[in-house]
Design a protein around this ligand. Structure first.
Ligand code: AMP
Length: 184
């Protein structure tokens, strides 16, 4: 549709001789764009992810500077309920709540209530084996509760180059749509 519109316009404009080259190209582009199909929602999301990705990298680098200070993170406030969250699952060791910026129809974060040095997975030690297993099992419970146990993804970003932005270990449980591979 856009191609035939373009050639029709070119012919008309050349016949009329009323446009200089710049105006002709400009007008064609303007009219062609009015024939473009509307940008699909998914495409729009992809486009916004391009700039969001740069933001995420920058904020991950900024967050990394505080990674080893032991400073409390926003997740401490979620655990203490100072900051509201939508809790999906909770037991004595872990808390699972919806991500505020979901990357899939289901996006839940599973965190240990006691950080105990687990600012990131890269800091895990043998003493953390129990809680690490508990977090994985809690992720499966979350997937069941959310109705995605037949297909879901668990992601752990560890460190700035993986775009970790909160230095309190957390598992992302994602699902409710077809996932792609490889991840970005
Ligand atoms: P990461 O980039 O792997 O460190 O993930 C941190 C996640 O925490 C991001 O997906 C954020 O959207 C999420 N997040 C940050 N603040 C909140 C909050 N107040 N409630 C829920 N999720 C949050």
């Amino acid at each position: 549709m856009a191609a035939s519109t373009s050639s029709l316009l070119r012919r008309s404009a050349l016949t009329l001789g009323a446009f200089n080259s710049f105006n002709l190209q400009h007008s064609i582009r303007q009219i062609q764009s009015s024939f473009q199909p509307p940008i699909r929602q998914s495409t729009r999301r992809t486009m916004s992810r391009v700039s969001a990705t740069h933001d995420e990298e920058a904020s991950a680098r900024a967050a990394a500077t505080e990674a080893n200070t032991g400073a409390p993170t926003i997740f401490d406030k979620i655990i203490s309920k100072e900051i509201p969250s939508t809790i999906i699952y909770e037991d004595e060791k872990v808390l699972a709540f919806r991500d505020v910026n979901p990357q899939a129809p289901v996006h839940v974060l599973v965190i240990p209530k006691l950080r105990d040095g687990l600012t990131e997975l890269g800091k895990a030690e043998p003493r953390h084996e129990d809680i690490l297993g508990h977090l994985l099992h809690a992720s499966k419970i979350v997937a069941e509760k959310e109705g995605i146990v037949d297909g879901f993804r668990v992601v752990i970003n560890s460190g700035a180059s993986a775009c970790q932005s909160v230095y309190h270990l957390h598992l992302h449980v994602l699902g409710g749509r077809q996932m792609k591979w490889p991840p970005g």
